[in-house]
Design a protein around this ligand. Structure first.
Ligand code: ACM
Ligand code: ZN
Length: 747
């Protein structure tokens, strides 16, 4: 009975060991491919390996990249050796219409990358580069390099995967942009969007209008110094060609009709007032825009676009279109005459006239326009692509009109946002397809872009803003959302920090300065609070008696135990000084702590606080809705059902809501609280009306308290009626309103 024959025993142990080995034999691929099978064994890449690439250009690129990453020394001479060879080949039998689809197999003797198209081969090569161990990349010692055996099939979820670099507010050199082209290629982006013109600088040479670069590229800083820079057409071509050889399309953005002070400083005759103007050194939105009443403005822009189209071979020209104040147009006799002559209703329609007229011009040259979502105002031009930045609404509206869109909502994709409001985790949660979009409209979502606006960022600070969050967006745009898993992604990110260092990327933080997690031990009746820091150099000082921590307060070095109601105040210090980063946590041992909470509508990921248990975690939010404790619900009512696990005597139920109308956060009109023993039949409903005026600029919170006399129940339902839309008196009238709640206290 207990005897096991030797061969079977051996076989079993072999299988188990091999499984473990295969698991260890992996690489941290970002973005994660569609399908990966890790196998046992390694391919030993060395100078003796034959490299067999049919396309000359890809051959040169491949070996120079492998040499650079490994320190090996491949030459262009091909040495056939079917026992030790890398084969990169077009295989039209693979078929498929997706040009980026590729297969990558690594066995102990042969590595093969195959695709029907060169584009797919190129993407597959990037996956191969990521199979090279980080230790080798960092040291570049070049003896033999172990490549883990695997079988990968891959293609992208979205065909538009971009990075928008603002080189106007702060200039980036041509060399720097080319380095970023390589970085983008490595993470499988395929679009580089260059924001080339704005109020603070004109950055592209236009031969017909030399003052655009002579005058428009320079601004006088407040200290009197001159700041500037621009790309000659020769340099632009160099960037475009470099990107093209890496299967990246460069999309130029030439802003109109707003964000054009630098252009007006050079040629003030294109404005409503005639100027004069200066290239501004301030950030913001400015009233002086191109005059829509003068035909000469359109001829000027068409001549510029002629040169731009000559340079940029792609199908799309981005014409901005965002943030256009209408003040000048309202007071300009030419603009008013245009409105009349064209039968337009108002200045919004004049904006649409402007965009349509330019779009028609570009269409006549075989190009299509992209514009920020304001181009929806007054109707879309035929073929226009909407880049949805204010949220996802622009993409949804575009899809309804059967127009394509690029999804770049600022809350998730503006990597200029600081890490406190957009951390790695939130970036990763972004989904370019809006929930609820009908299936036949999904095809209009081309993909998305990360944006780096550079008001606050100099060239040498770009890495720290983009990384590591750009890794999250690489996966958001490439990886099928079914395969996304933050914890698993995060473990890969941890492993690629060495890769980033190896190529000189000075990455920044992945999470906010201070994060916390807390767990409650019901048996011991105590909370354990765990604090993590966004920056290694920070030292945390904390107190639990309500006093403000200073540099003499306790230093955090292990989870803090909370055994009675208290206020835990946490402050981050660096080099003995308070950094300004702090959080306050108010602990309350009420009856619903550790209960089960079911939400009818999901909270918005931007304000998810600590996730599903936030509202019954025993920790209260401060009056700062950004503090990571408030949970936000966008444009929907709130309904939560608490299951206490068993019947408990209930005297009070107190959900707390926040009001901050300047941030579109409103108190619920009313809250209904009811109780149940079986989770089906609810009774004892109490309705608490809001008694605080809606039009209230103060930040405050309100407890919607229901009191009970001697009532025991297991289930508690809290229903809060949202006002859903910002009211008529509010600047954002008609936009969705927020409902913010933290903690449903049960006594
Ligand atoms: C934008 O952020 N104004 C496109
Ligand atoms: Zn005008």
């Amino acid at each position: 009975m207990r005897k096991i024959s030797l061969p079977l025993f051996f076989l079993l142990s072999f299988i188990i060991v091999s499984d473990v080995k295969a698991k260890e034999n992996t690489a941290p691929l970002i973005p994660f491919p569609e399908k990966v099978e890790w196998l046992e064994g390694k391919f030993l890449l060395s100078n003796e390996t034959g490299i067999n690439v049919k396309s000359n250009e890809l051959y040169r690129y491949f070996i120079s990249k492998v040499n650079e990453l490994t320190g090996l020394n491949f030459t262009l001479k091909y040495k056939p050796d079917l026992n030790n060879e890398v084969i990169i080949k077009i295989d039209s039998s693979l078929g498929g219409s997706n040009k980026e689809f590729y297969l990558l197999t690594v066995s102990e003797h042969i590595i093969e990358i195959a695709s029907s198209f060169e584009e797919g081969l190129f993407r597959g090569m990037q996956t191969f580069f990521q199979l090279i161990p980080a230790s080798v990349k960092t040291v570049k010692n070049g003896s033999t390099v172990d490549i883990p055996c695997c079988k990968i099939t891959d293609k992208p979820a979205f065909k538009w995967r971009g990075l928008n670099l603002d080189c106007t507010r702060h200039f980036m050199t041509k060399e720097f942009i080319k380095q970023y082209v390589d970085i983008l290629a490595y993470y499988k982006f395929n679009i580089l969007h260059l924001h080339l013109t704005d109020d603070q600088g004109w950055r592209i040479e236009i031969k017909k209008y030399p003052k655009l670069s002579q005058v428009g590229s320079l601004r006088k800083e407040t200290d009197g110094s001159l700041y500037g820079g621009y790309y000659t057409q020769y340099e632009i071509k160099e960037i475009i060609d470099y990107a093209k050889s890496r299967f990246i399309t460069v999309v130029p953005e030439i802003e109109m009709p707003g964000h054009c002070l630098a252009s007006l400083a050079a040629y003030p005759e294109n404005s409503c007032t005639g100027g004069p103007f200066e290239v501004t050194n301030k950030w913001g939105v400015f009233n002086d825009v191109y005059c829509a009443g003068r035909d000469s403005t359109f001829y000027f822009l068409e001549n510029i676009l002629d040169e731009v189209m000559e340079l940029f071979p792609g199908k799309y020209i981005h014409i901005g279109g965002d943030e256009v104040p209408k003040d000048r147009w309202k007071a300009c006799p030419r603009c008013l005459a245009r409105i009349k002559a064209e039968g337009l209703k108002n200045e919004e329609e004049l904006q649409s006239y402007f965009v349509k007229r330019i779009s028609e011009y570009l269409n006549s040259k075989g190009k299509d326009v992209i514009g920020w979502d304001e181009i929806l105002q007054g109707g879309l031009a035929p073929g226009a692509v909407v880049e949805s930045w204010q949220g996802m609404q622009g993409a949804i509206e575009a899809a309804k009109l059967k127009h394509y869109s690029i999804c770049s909502p600022f809350a998730y994709t503006y990597l200029s946002n600081d890490i406190e409001s957009l951390d790695l985790h939130l970036t990763y949660l972004y989904e370019p397809v809006p929930p609820g979009l009908p299936a036949d409209e999904k095809k209009y979502i081309l993909g998305g872009e990360a944006s780096l606006w550079t008001e606050e960022t100099l060239q040498n600070e770009v890495d720290g803003k983009l990384f590591p969050r750009l890794l999250a967006l690489s996966e958001v745009f490439w990886t099928n959302s079914k395969n996304k898993d933050y914890e698993e992604f995060h473990s890969r990110v941890r492993k690629v920090y060495n890769d980033l260092t190896a190529v000189g990327i000075q990455y920044g933080q992945e999470s906010k300065a201070i994060s916390f997690s807390s767990s409650y031990n019901a048996l011991r009746k105590e909370f354990m609070v765990n604090i993590t820091l966004g920056q290694e150099e920070f030292i945390i000082h904390y107190t639990i008696n309500g006093s403000e921590p200073d540099s003499t307060s306790a230093i955090y070095n292990a989870p803090v135990k909370i055994i009675k109601p208290s206020e835990l105040k946490i402050s981050a210090y660096m080099n003995g000084h308070f950094t300004g980063k702090k959080i306050d946590l108010l602990f309350d041992f009420h009856k619903a702590v550790n209960a089960k909470l079911t939400l009818t509508e999901r909270y918005d990921d931007q304000y998810r606080a600590c996730g599903d248990e936030t509202l019954i975690d025993g920790i209260r939010g401060s009056n700062d809705f950004h503090d990571g404790l408030w949970q936000g619900f966008y444009g929907v009512d709130f309904e939560g059902i608490i299951d206490l696990g068993k019947e408990k005597n209930i005297s009070e139920v107190i959900p707390r809501f926040l009001s901050d109308s300047n941030s579109w956060i409103f108190l619920p009109a009313s809250v209904e609280i009811s109780l149940s023993d079986d989770g089906k039949n609810y009774s004892d409903a109490k309705v608490i009306e809001n008694d605080i005026p809606e039009k209230n600029p103060e930040i405050l919170f309100k407890d919607y308290k229901a009191s009970y006399d001697n009532r025991s129940a297991r289930y508690i339902k809290v229903f809060a009626k949202s006002i859903k839309q910002c009211p008529a008196w509010h600047p954002a009238v008609g936009e969705k309103a927020w409902l913010f709640i933290d903690e449903i206290e049960v006594n």
